[in-house]
Design a protein around this ligand. Structure first.
Ligand SMILES: [Zn+2]
Ligand SMILES: [Zn+2]
Length: 319
């Protein structure tokens, strides 16, 4: 595994920047530039790069879809949220001479925000391509077919020209896929969800979204600490603040940045990536959550530092 690329990072449903939100960013950027002059586009670029992330960029709005670059010819993907649409177009653009492509897709669960990209996933329409969809839910194939049934969608699942395959993964039993060892684990979430641990050539990546962690439950905590053990990167459901996750939103099936830090520290993980952002959070709110999480990590650090990022559509992390 070489790199992870985020195509969809938002929880529950896609969001877009509004006209008012873009305007606020432009006003702030121009205010910061007042009195300065720029001799070239490159100088303007440097100025823009010096701004805080929310001032010049956005965390983005597609729902869960994460690409894992293995270094081999096959594609690997976690979830088919709306981010699967731009991912699919990118994969098409990377197609060497029109050669067929194989996609290995690992599904955390079958809630809409994690499957809604499939009807718009262009590579699935291309004859010769192969799309292999893995998951631990017994309803995996039925749920994806049902999504495209009348009257919910105009184009039936049978329209896909690619070979569509479904593979059931037994939790706890590692399986080799395209040179990567893949293990799933049951997580606490409405209708169940499954976390994934990917290992290859001494690198370990955990994808754990839509997962609630009852703090007082030692056996649960131990299971996750083992699952996250020494991971190079943990992509973690940090949808809520801790206060929300243990009060009004307890049992809503999601977790917080604070629990992410605790589990990663206990597991000796190296990098925590906050993921599945709450749709009501704007860019400033996510930036504040990231700053708060980094501060928490600093004051609770005992061993090696834990790197912390907040995922955004377009983020690439080298493993
Ligand atoms: Zn979700
Ligand atoms: Zn869910």
């Amino acid at each position: 595994m070489k790199q992870v690329r985020f195509w969809g990072t938002r929880g529950s449903l896609p969001v877009a920047l509004t006209a008012a939100g873009v305007r606020r960013k432009v006003v702030a950027a121009l205010r910061g530039a007042s009195g300065r002059s720029f001799a070239s586009d490159a100088e303007i670029g440097h100025y823009v790069d010096s701004l805080a992330f929310p001032a010049a960029a956005t965390y983005g709005g597609h729902t869960s879809c994460v690409e894992i670059e293995t270094g081999g010819p096959d594609f690997m993907l976690c979830d088919l949220g709306s981010g699967a649409r731009p991912f699919g177009l990118s994969a098409m653009a990377r197609r060497a001479g029109g050669a067929p492509q194989t996609f290995h897709v690992f599904m955390s669960h079958l809630h809409w925000d994690h499957i809604m990209g499939l009807p718009f996933f262009v590579p699935a329409f291309i004859p010769g391509n192969r799309v292999v969809i893995y998951g631990s839910h017994l309803e995996l194939e039925a749920a994806l077919r049902r999504q495209q049934e009348k009257p919910s969608f105009p184009v039936d699942f049978s329209i896909f020209g690619a070979t569509m395959e479904f593979v059931h993964l037994e939790p706890g039993q590692p399986r080799d896929v395209a040179g990567v060892s893949v293990t799933t684990m049951l997580q606490r979430h409405g209708g169940d969800s499954y976390g994934y641990r990917f290992e290859s050539r001494g690198r370990a990546l955990v994808y754990s979204t839509d997962s609630e962690h009852p703090l007082a439950h030692a056996e649960h905590t131990d299971r996750f600490v083992e699952f996250f053990r020494d991971a190079d990167l943990v992509i973690f459901d940090a949808m809520y603040s801790l206060a929300d996750s243990i009060s009004v939103k307890a049992d809503w099936g999601h977790s917080s940045n604070v629990v992410g830090v605790e589990l990663c520290q206990m597991a000796g993980a190296r990098h925590l990536c906050l993921f599945h952002h709450e749709p009501v959070f704007d860019d400033d709110a996510i930036e504040a959550l990231l700053a708060e999480t980094r501060r928490l990590e600093e004051i609770t650090r005992v061993d090696a530092p834990l790197r912390i990022s907040a995922a955004y559509d377009g983020l690439e992390i080298t493993l």
